[in-house]
Design a protein around this ligand. Sequence first.
Ligand SMILES: [Zn+2]
Ligand SMILES: [Zn+2]
Ligand SMILES: [Zn+2]
Length: 110
Amino acid sequence: MTRHTEQCNLYFDIHQKQVKDFYEAHPNTCRTCRGFGFIDNPDPYGAKTIDCPDCTAKERCPSCRSHTEYGCCSECGFSESSDPMILIFRVAPPPFVCVCGRKEYELYSD
Ligand SMILES: [Zn+2]
Ligand SMILES: [Zn+2]
Ligand SMILES: [Zn+2]
């Protein structure tokens, strides 16, 4: 069923493993926003991003899912203003981007 190039399939496998490893190491990280705490706004006329409906919008920490207020988590230290270099270790890999131009894999991201 895959019609991607061999190289693309290889990259996809590597990506799948990275995602799997990440969530094994960080099982509580929110999968909707990948730990960022916000998602792209589906409304093109609204703000660029909105609070993630599965964590921050419910006052949950994107990283550990414990209750949090004002975007700061007392459990794991997550803060919306975290240093981007710290944040980078807390967020899941970005969705897979096909390198051969086929679209099917978009369905498999996350
Ligand atoms: Zn989230
Ligand atoms: Zn937390
Ligand atoms: Zn491809």
